[in-house]
Design a protein around this ligand. Structure first.
Ligand code: 5AD
Ligand code: FES
Length: 348
């Protein structure tokens, strides 16, 4: 048996690899690389099945008080017109998401102080009452008190990426935040009974394969219900303009595959940023470990205004178009749409 297959077998038997072992797998090329993809796809089929859960994402506000160096909607970017969707419009969008086959809506925004916990609670209650969908919030760092309030209002899940485990890199690119604070928020979410999603950007400027390996290990140690990662894509209106992609594009995919191998029962989405990398990026990730798809259900008129990174797909589409597109994509992969909310299947 070859060396890569032996390494993969160790992972499959539940062994925790060292960072340098993972980094060597991230370097794999040719047949060795394909073995990683196949092992991840086989494991995904065994643990999560062929159903792909649809989480409709509603980008309900692009107002943000923060200045993260990578992000296109950072507050200092004057080239974006800012918008906030009204509560009624968000609820209508959630109803559409349900019609289009989503079992979950993900409410995402910048760190917008207008949307206080009270306002978000009103919104959560209406969406739960009027659609019964599972609801995920992705609205940045909040206090434990606010998180408790939103859980009580019916929120099921929360997404908050840690972005990188390098403290130095985290501080350099997040002028308004600290790594400890984010991790504290993740701990609070878990304590409060949320299903927790987190993850990181792959290939931030200055990161190495060793650092990506540490990110993979950290995400694994958090025992997340959902792990969302995508390539870092340089946005022209940010301090990280013109930073290159990782030369070996397969590193992005191997990262997802290794996350699957280390987290057999986590939900892993084929994140939108993979489609910005290449047109069938999200399809490819679904065959390399992922089991979740997050169609954009945001009303078309807002989509151009929510470009965290360039080449974001679907900005000229509307929710119905994406819903149709997803069906075609899954059919071409021989996968079906998951019924119901697609809650966490992780042991509590
Ligand atoms: N490239 C890739 N991903 C990005 N995000 C924000 N900006 C970028 C970028 N330029 C990701 C972050 C954030 C999520 C909502 O979007 O990881 O947590
Ligand atoms: Fe939006 Fe394909 S998912 S057009």
């Amino acid at each position: 048996m070859n060396a890569t297959q032996e390494q993969l077998n160790r992972l499959l038997s539940g062994a925790t690899p060292s960072a340098s072992e993972l980094a060597s797998l991230l370097k794999a090329q040719g047949k060795a690389r394909d073995l990683i993809y196949t092992a991840a796809d086989d494991l995904r089929r065994k643990t999560m099945g062929d159903a792909v859960y649809l989480r409709g994402i509603i980008e309900f506000s692009n107002v943000c008080k923060n200045n993260c160096w990578y992000c296109g909607i950072r507050c200092d970017n004057d080239n974006v017109a800012r918008y906030r969707m009204a509560t009624g419009e968000i609820v209508e969008t959630a109803k559409n998401a349900k019609l289009w086959g989503c079992g979950t809506v993900v409410l995402q925004s910048g760190e917008d102080t207008y949307f206080t916990a009270d306002i978000l609670c009103g919104l959560l209650r209406r969406i739960k009452d009027e659609t019964g969908l599972a609801v995920t919030l992705s609205v940045g760092v909040r206090t434990r008190g606010e998180l408790a309030q939103m859980k009580a209002a019916g929120c099921d899940r929360y997404l908050l990426r840690f972005e990188t485990t390098s403290n130095a890199l985290f501080s350099a690119i997040h002028p308004d935040e600290s790594f400890e604070h984010r991790v504290q928020c993740l701990t609070d979410l878990r304590d409060l009974g949320y299903q927790v999603g987190s993850g990181f950007m792959i290939g931030l400027p200055g990161s190495t394969l060793e650092m990506i390996a540490h990110d993979i290990l950290f995400a694994t140690r958090l025992k997340l219900d959902m792990i969302g990662c995508g390539p870092f894509l340089s946005h022209p209106d940010t301090p990280l303009a013109e930073k290159p992609l990782i030369e070996d594009r397969s590193v992005y995919y191997k990262t997802i595959a290794l996350l699957r191998l280390l987290n057999p029962t986590a939900h892993i989405p084929a994140t939108t940023a993979f489609d910005a990398l290449e047109p069938d990026g999200r399809n490819l990730v679904l065959t390399r470990g992922a089991n979740v798809f997050m169609p954009n259900v945001t009303p078309g008129k807002y989509r151009r205004l929510y470009q965290l990174y360039p080449n974001k797909p679907c900005v000229d589409e509307d929710g119905a178009a994406c819903a149709l597109c997803v069906r075609g994509r899954l059919a071409s992969l021989g996968r079906e749409i998951g019924a119901g909310p697609g809650h966490s299947v992780r042991e509590p």
